[in-house]
Design a protein around this ligand. Structure first.
Ligand SMILES: Nc1ncnc2c1ncn2[C@@H]1O[C@H](COP(=O)(O)OP(=O)(O)OP(=O)(O)O)[C@@H](O)[C@H]1O
Ligand SMILES: [Mg+2]
Length: 238
């Protein structure tokens, strides 16, 4: 039943200064699958992604991409090893065109993969193809979110970390982002998706983990989670 583990996080403890934020967080994402990391405001979702991306390195524990230990490595080295990180603040280079923003992210993958180039990105994100020459600062929030995801894919990552891609967007745009992530999953991209909104993740991910107060409190399929009133009521804002 289990495939190849692409990303595994084992018992990581993360601190901001003297305060401990993550307590022994464990996660695994199999190749080609999408894991939803769900939790309320302040539960530790972003911190988990930052730890994996090297921005908030763990004090203890292990993070492996394929079989390579990356805990504590610098963010650029982790990116080069195949981690694609889309942070919650979805930064674009506002004065640069959409196409230049994409080219800024362009690199081969750790194994020399170059599947994601302008041509593929424009096929998968037709909305961006129609605005290549537009300055990124003029795009709507949803378009900027698409652009940051596309720019990250231009780096041919093995794993995509998405931090609340639906946050703050209008319902119709949220749906478009959901369709996009489903499409990426269908293409075999391995994704760790941090979200507050369980409903957004239904139909996107099969697997779910719930984090609360910096610790994992549930692990299973998202279908079982949805049916589990006690866990959803206790740990998710629905
Ligand atoms: N730079 C920081 N310094 C100190 N504490 C921080 C810092 N960033 C986050 N925290 C604290 O760490 C905890 C986890 O925050 P985190 O951003 O990981 O939560 P989250 O699950 O992503 O929440 P949200 O849904 O609001 O994005 C919170 O209590 C938060 O206040
Ligand atoms: Mg967050």
């Amino acid at each position: 039943m289990s495939g190849e583990t692409m990303l595994s996080v084992e018992k990581i403890d993360v601190f901001y200064g003297a305060s401990q934020i993550l307590f022994g967080v464990d996660l695994a994402v199999e190749k080609g699958r999408t894991l939803a990391l769900l939790g309320r405001n302040g539960a530790g979702k972003s911190t988990t992604l930052k730890a994996i991306a090297g921005i908030a390195p763990p004090k203890r524990g292990s993070i492996r991409l394929h079989d390579r230990e990356i805990a504590g490595a610098k963010p650029f080295a982790i990116a080069r090893a195949g981690m694609g990180y889309v942070p919650e603040d979805r930064q674009v280079f506002p004065q640069h065109t959409v196409e230049d923003n994409l080219l800024i992210g362009a690199k081969k993958g750790p194994g020399g993969q170059d599947f994601w180039a302008l041509k593929t990105v424009y096929e998968v994100f037709p909305i961006l193809a129609g605005m290549k020459e537009r300055k990124a600062g003029l795009l709507s929030g949803g378009e900027q979110q698409m652009l940051t995801i596309a720019r990250t894919l231009m780096g041919n990552p093995d794993v995509l970390l998405l931090d609340e891609p639906s946050e703050g967007l209008a319902p119709i745009i949220v749906q478009a982002i959901g369709d996009l992530i489903r499409k990426l999953r269908g293409m075999g991209v391995t994704i760790l998706l941090a979200e507050q909104n369980m409903h957004f993740c239904l139909g996107i991910s099969e697997d779910a983990a719930v984090i609360d107060k910096g610790g994992i409190v549930y692990r299973g399929t998202i279908k079982d989670l949805r049916a589990n009133e006690e866990v959803t009521r206790r740990y998710l804002a629905i």
